[in-house]
Design a protein around this ligand. Sequence first.
Ligand code: ATP
Length: 299
Amino acid sequence: AKKAPPNAILAPNFKFEDMGIGGLDTEFSAIFRRAFASRIFPPGLVEKLGIQHVKGILLFGPPGTGKTLMARQIGKMLNAREPKVVNGPEILNKFVGQSEENIRKLFGDAEKEYKEKGDESGLHIIIFDELDAICKQRGSTGGGTGVGDSVVNQLLSKMDGVDQLNNILIIGMTNRLDMIDEALLRPGRLEVHIEISLPDEAGRVQILTIHTSKMRNNGVMGGDVDLVELAGLTKNFSGAEIGGLVKSATSFAFNRHVKVGTLAAISDDIDQIQVGREDFLHALEEVQPAFGVNEEELQ
Ligand code: ATP
């Protein structure tokens, strides 16, 4: 009889609020319920239910929205090994023929541990970032090298092999769902698809709160900064762009403490630094969202 798949351990005292992810509560719950919950079922329950763990999920949406952040945090929550993150373009190594070897290596540690420990093995998470880069060339006629083809095939056979392993969860990520080979998305492969979109206003308040928490707690954020106002001014910003905005604002605040005429010299009052509303407004002129300009704005 087939042995029960390994159960991951829920890290003690792990709270969603502490994860540093803003505006993705619903997505997080969906990912957890659909792809991870069975891993923490009591031993034997998965068998009793006659189900299999989900082996792969696909997170799709614009860049910088927290896909990687979320995958890593979920891994931590389940006390999984530090996820292996590989880039699509990285896998499509410049040396043709090596990419398949790269994929084999990627699964190597998990396979080894499963061979040694069987169902006692911990959970291994493998993240394929920019998965579309691998799929791009598959089946393409005009000028494709066929490298993508064989890499996708290798990936498919590895994914199907995961059936025998049970200690692996694959997370694919892409900004281009339309570019992903359908064969990768079938049941038993990357079967759960979750969209991670740009944050709404409430989400942006949360993300701004996360990215300014240190400066607020350390008393270096001006009292005139209103995060709700800033959330209103950052429509179409991704989480990563909000992070960039906070950095830019900090640089404007810092700039006030540089001695005139001697660019490198910091004035003595640097300890008095305050990142204020004006700094954020300056930053808004400098940091612009790259994506998400919607139809109605273009009209
Ligand atoms: P890509 O598609 O470019 O790989 P991604 O969606 O995986 O992007 P991340 O790498 O997770 O994006 O995000 C980059 C950084 O932006 C994070 O480390 C974090 O600092 C910030 N960030 C993005 N989204 C969020 C969010 N929802 N809450 C808090 N910070 C965020």
